[in-house]
Structures are given as C-alpha cells and as structure tokens.
Design a protein around this ligand. Structure first.
Ligand code: BG6
Length: 488
C-alpha cells in the first residue's frame, strides 16, 4: 500500500519534537508501509536536501540507541521531501496537488500540525484545490479550537469536505501503552469488573504532572493555558477510559459511544461548584533539577501580567449508576515536583478491621503512564515474622506491599511511542484511538463554564516551581477526607 503523508507545520515544534522521531522509529522497525513519502510543508525556503539536513540535526541531540546511524538516516531521508507553501495562496495548493497526483498514492494523509487558527482556511483551500479525495485522511492536532464555538466552526469546515471516518482527531494520550493496557485490563479480564464501581471505589485520582516549564512555547501557551492544553483533551480522555462501560465490541464507534456517555455524565459546573472544586495556579520562580528557574511571567513569549493558568486541580463526578458520588480528582501542571502521569483507583477500606493496619489507603490500583508504564496493585500483607524472644511477641501490623507489573520489563523490547502508534493507525485507517466530533464537543461544553469564569474573574494562585501546585489543591481534596498520593 503506498501512502503520502503531508505534514503541514513540517518545520514546527511538534514535527521536531514528536512526529519526525516517531516516523523515523516506525521506518527503522519496518512498520511504515513501503513506498511511502513524507512531505514536510512550511513557509521556509528549503530544498529537499536542506530539509533532510534540518531533520537530521534534530536527531543529533538524541541519546543512545534511538539515534540513527548515518546509514539509517540516509535510508529514512530518501522518503523525506519538502514543499514550501504559503498556506494562504491557492497556487501553492495547486503545486501540492501536482506533487500528489504525480504519485496517486492509495492513502494521502494530511497532518495539520499548524496553529489551530489556520485549520479552517487550510481545509477550505485543500478542498478548493480538489485534494479531498476518497484516499484522503486528515489528522487534526489538539487543541482543536479555543472554545466550543470555534471547535464547531473547525469541525463544520472539515466535515463539509471530508466524511467523519476520514477525520483523525488526535489525542496522543490515547496512544500511550498504559492507556491501551487500561482497556486490556478492564475489558480483557473479568477480575476487576465487579469492584469497578461506587460500592468499592472511594475515589479516583488522575495526575499529569510535568517538571518542565513552557519551554519555547510561551506565546502559544499563554493563549491556551492548562485547561485547554491538558484537561479538555488528555485528562478527560483518561476519565473516559477509567469510567466507561464495557463497549459491545472493539470497533471505533462502539468505544466512542461509551466514552461519549461518560462525558455527558460529568457533573455540570455551577458557580458554587467552580468556587469549591476548580483550582488554578501559575508557577512562580523556584527550583527545578536543582537549579533556580524563572516564574511563568518571566518566560519568553509570556505576558508579564499574564493570568494564564499553568496548573489545574478539579473535582468532578460521573453522575450515573456505576459512579454516582465517587469523587474524581484531576490535576495537571507545568513545573511541578516531578514528571509523573498516573491514574489511581483508591478502593474503600475493609468493612471490619481485625488487624492493625497502617493509616492511608490500603488498596489501590495505580496505572502508571510515565515515566514508567505499568500497573501496581497495592495490598496489605503480613510481613514474614522475624524470630523474636519468647515473651516479646506482639501483634504485628500489616505491611503495605505492591504487585508490580512493569510493561517494559515484562514485555521487553523497545516500546512503541504514542505518536508512532497513532501515525501507523492513521495510515492503516484505524479510528479506535481517535476522538469523534461529538466527544470533542462534549468535552468543550464541560470545560466552558470554567473558561468563562476564569476569563472574567480573579487570577490564578501562585505556586513555587518544583512543588505540587497551590496548597488550595490539597485543601480541596482534604475536605472530602482524602489526600493526593504523595501526601498520604
Ligand atoms: C501536549 C501539550 O499535548 O502534551 C504539552 O500541549 C505537554 O504542553 C504534552 O507538555 C505532554 O505530553 P507527554 O506525552 O510528554 O505527557
């Protein structure tokens, strides 16, 4: 099967950081179908060779085994091409058309990794140039729009020229190996199903913490903020994966129907709820990797009076029979104490205690998304008794222990990264791990009251870089009698 992958934003941050490394790995391991071309598109005046050199320079910083040898890069470079385009000029789309028609590939992937503000006009121009054919698949990066209205406008524009099954709305969290394994654990095993409900689960915590700041993306981030950048998409997709009912089969729409139901069941925001259960923060100066780092407002590209949030902590509930009353806590932020993404399902304590047990949560299932991928089941056990002198034996306390499944250790090999997996799915036409329009709109609908309230009211609370965010986040969860895992 031949394919052309047209990468709009071919010299941009995403192509640089994620897409090119993912495509290279897929190429290196023989997973990309043979006879493909990758066509980077951007405004810069570059030849094919100059583009190849630029991409090669990206790999120079890569450590160890992931760095291509000269030979390997040369092979990869043979499928890399470049087209300079001014995305506002119809003539440039005609040039792209010529390049594509010369080849007539079975699949033409158009990957929009440009600023979202350009999506609508790019899609319209693609159609005007007749480049929307049955072979076309369009990949739309997040955030798709700025709010519900702009999201709908983009989706309307795209759906005018392509059918829903040609549209791949990407959320790379769905491509992470642990998220795949969450589906496998929940729907491939019957073990957890009976306890996966309000009668047994005390609370669920979703943490997506980053230790990095906004890096070179200050001007983008300052217009976006953590709610749009991480919660509306990644965190809510994790809520869906944890909370959804078993789908009737593994087809894309069966899965997406169930995720949609979760999003529709999320407790709506009232003004009072927002005051109590939505905390936003912004990092100030502090320490990261043992060094002093500047506060958010001093980052390049950021407004020195910015009110953009770099941290969010929320409490919500899925209001249905399975989950009613179970708090779901979500938190995410930049410049936090560590890079750590995980979901914790905290189970209720034993109903009647016959042992002495340590304080804190006895039973929890942790789904580690990064830096390591795996599952941990936390239990209490009786430690092996050390021999003691007669008369000194005392009733010992149960000890917390873990059953630990580390996917890298268990399955070995090099893990397939999220972008690699998802790019291959686009080329294969598999939609399971992509977001349908109605899901995306529902997620925007849910966050919109927060966006509105925060736009008109107050400022984020400050937190020092290198900490776990403002103390109000701990106070919020403590009011329910719980604590974030690092505080337990
Ligand atoms: C992206 C956000 O979607 O996800 C970034 O735009 C964030 O701000 C990134 O850093 C986090 O992804 P990961 O896979 O490193 O957790």
């Amino acid at each position: 099967m031949s394919f052309d992958l047209v990468l709009f934003g071919g010299t941009g941050d995403l192509a640089w950081r994620k897409l090119m490394p993912a495509l290279f790995q897929a190429f290196r391991h023989g997973s990309l179908p043979e006879g493909g071309r990758i066509i980077g598109v951007a405004r810069d005046d570059l030849s094919d060779d100059a583009y190849r050199e630029l991409i090669q320079s990206r790999f120079k910083a890569v450590e160890g085994g992931k760095r291509p040898s000269e030979e390997e890069f040369k092979a990869f470079a043979s499928i890399l091409h470049y087209l300079r385009m001014d995305l506002s000029k119809p003539a440039d789309y005609a040039r792209l058309g010529k390049l594509l028609k010369g080849r007539n590939a079975d699949t033409v992937v158009m990957y929009l990794a440009t600023a979202p503000a350009l999506f609508t006009s790019v899609v319209e121009q693609i159609a005007a140039a007749g480049l929307n054919t049955p072979a076309t698949r369009m990949v739309l990066e997040k955030p798709l729009g700025h709010d519900l209205k702009s999201n709908r406008a983009i989706n309307d524009a795209v759906q005018k020229v392509l059918s829903e099954n040609q549209i791949f709305r990407i959320d790379h969290y769905l491509g992470k190996p642990s998220v795949q394994n969450l589906f496998a654990m929940r729907f491939g095993n019957a073990l957890f199903e009976p306890i996966w409900r309000r009668e047994h689960v005390a609370n669920i915590q979703i943490t997506i913490a980053e230790d990095l700041g906004v890096e070179k993306r200050g001007s983008f981030y300052d217009q976006t903020g953590a709610l749009r950048d991480m919660v509306q998409n990644h965190a809510l997709q994790l809520v869906c994966a944890i909370g959804m009912e078993p789908p009737i089969n593994s087809h894309a729409d069966a899965i997406r129907d169930e995720k949609l139901k979760v999003l529709r069941s999320l407790k709506p925001w009232t003004a009072e709820e927002i005051g109590l259960h939505a905390i936003r923060g912004q990092y100030g100066a502090g320490t990261a990797y043992g060094e002093r780092v500047p506060g958010y407002r001093n980052e390049p590209g950021v407004d020195p009076d910015s009110k953009t949030e770099t941290f969010v902590a929320l409490r919500t509930e899925i209001a249905n029979w399975r989950w009613a009353g179970v708090p779901i806590y979500i938190r995410t932020g930049k410049r936090l104490a560590s890079r750590d993404a995980r979901i914790e399902v905290n189970f209720r304590p034993a109903p009647h205690a016959i042992f002495r047990v340590p304080t804190g949560n006895a039973n929890k299932l942790v789904i580690n998304l990064q830096p390591k991928d795996g599952l941990e089941l936390h239990l209490l056990a009786q430690a092996q008794d050390k021999r003691q002198k007669s008369g000194t034996r005392s009733e010992s306390q149960l000890t917390p222990v873990q059953l630990d499944l580390d996917f890298d250790k268990r399955f070995g090999g090099e893990r397939v990264g999220a972008y690699e997996r998802l790019l291959l799915d686009v080329i294969d036409g598999r939609l399971n791990l992509f977001v349908r329009r109605d899901e995306q709109e529902e997620a925007w609908r849910w966050v919109e009251p927060l966006l509105d309230s925060w736009a008109s009211d107050g400022s984020p609370r400050s937190y020092a870089a290198g900490t776990w965010g403002p103390s109000a986040s701990s106070a919020m969860i403590a009011r329910d009698g719980f604590a974030w895992s690092e505080e337990q």
